[in-house]
Design a protein around this ligand. Structure first.
Ligand code: GLA
Length: 356
């Protein structure tokens, strides 16, 4: 582990951090102008920054022990530095003059588990630059710039959920977000509950996956239905005439939006759990973004006592599951399920609650 001082030979001038997120309900709805319900996780990405004096940006990742230096006119870097560089480029496009900087990044957000390590890096970077240069950016604007960095520099046509969650959510509440209007509401967890997050051990690569394809299918479905986005359909019957697979894709989005909206009316832990279970079935059967390992892990969680409901979380194609469980039971439930899951020849991990 090398800190900023060891890498750059002087103390940092600013620092910032941002959390990863887990989504409780509302999956693959954000790029359909729909509704989401994420919360922040305890794991965070931290950046330390200072001015660079040699005319180049220098970015160092403590976890990879890798340093990347960027001269103007260089090709866009790849890997962790593409997110940082993307954020800086976008700030310049906004009209800010960004001097060359040294930036040190360290993170406890797992990579490739669907917990938004990239959004945490983008939001931490933008917060760090905001603090270093006193930029007048609010947290929503930071999320919007971070989303553009992901789209333009990482090549994922993502919605805005992850960056809004990383920029505005805390770990004690759920954050309801209307992704069309950006209306936000802080919502308490159902009384007497806490969450478990487990990694299936099957990594996912978002850009290489069917994510962009699902997005295109949804846009085509909306076009055929004559609406701006699938968010404008509230009656599940309205999608029945669409050709396959658009009918099932749209059915997932419409039913998922309705599940999130039901939570806003105030639901019990039991009902919230049922909605999570229904969400998983819909992601598996209609949206087809689950994989056998996730189905196994979710089934093990769902059949465990004191679990109200469980589902895959994030984009799918591998990654993590989230469960709503009785307060005080998260640690015991996660240990028990992990043992059963890994005895079935998987390599799962407990992510929340964190091992202290
Ligand atoms: C990824 C994207 C988000 C969202 C989810 C699926 O995490 O970055 O914008 O679309 O997948 O709900």
């Amino acid at each position: 582990m090398k800190d900023f001082q060891q890498i750059f030979g002087k103390a940092p001038e600013a620092q910032a951090s941002a959390p990863g997120r887990v989504n409780l309900l509302g999956e693959h709805t954000d790029y359909n102008d729909g509704f989401v319900l994420p919360t922040a996780i305890p794991q965070r990405t931290t950046v330390h920054l200072g001015m660079s004096k040699d005319g180049q940006h220098h970015f160092y990742s403590e976890d990879l022990d890798e340093q990347v230096s960027i001269l103007d006119g260089n090709d866009t870097p790849s890997g962790f530095s593409s997110y940082i560089y993307g954020c800086i480029q976008l700030l310049e496009q906004e009209g800010y003059t960004i001097p060359k900087i040294n930036l040190h990044v360290s993170s406890s957000v797992p990579i490739g588990s669907g917990l938004s390590s990239s959004a945490a890096l983008e939001v931490a970077t933008l917060r760090g630059v905001r603090s270093l240069l006193n930029l007048p950016l609010d947290d929503v604007r930071i999320a919007q710039i971070a989303q553009q960095a992901e789209i333009q520099y990482a090549g994922v046509q993502c919605g805005i959920m992850d960056q809004m969650a990383s920029s505005l959510a805390d770990a004690e509440h759920m954050l309801f977000l209307d992704t069309r209007t950006l209306e936000l509401r802080v919502i308490p967890f159902p009384t007497g509950t806490e969450i478990v997050v487990m990694d299936s051990g099957v990594p996912r690569t978002l850009a290489g996956s069917g994510y962009n394809q699902r997005r295109a299918e949804c846009e085509e479905a909306a076009r055929l239905l004559g609406v701006k986005a699938l968010r404008d359909i509230t009656d599940p019957q309205a999608v029945e005439a669409l050709p396959e697979p658009l009918r099932r894709r749209a059915r997932h989005v419409v039913s998922e939006d309705n599940r999130v909206l039901e939570v806003l009316e105030g639901v019990s832990a039991e009902r919230f759990g049922e909605l999570m279970n229904a969400s998983h079935a819909s992601l598996r059967d209609d949206y087809e973004v689950s994989v056998p390992a996730l189905d196994t892990l979710v089934a093990m969680l769902q059949e465990t006592k004191e679990v109200f409901g469980a589902r895959l979380t994030g984009a799918g194609f591998g990654g993590a599951c989230v469960a709503l469980v009785a307060a005080g039971e998260a640690r015991a439930i996660a240990n028990d399920v992990l043992e059963r899951y890994n005895s079935a020849d998987f390599l799962g991990k407990i992510l929340v609650p964190q091992v202290s």
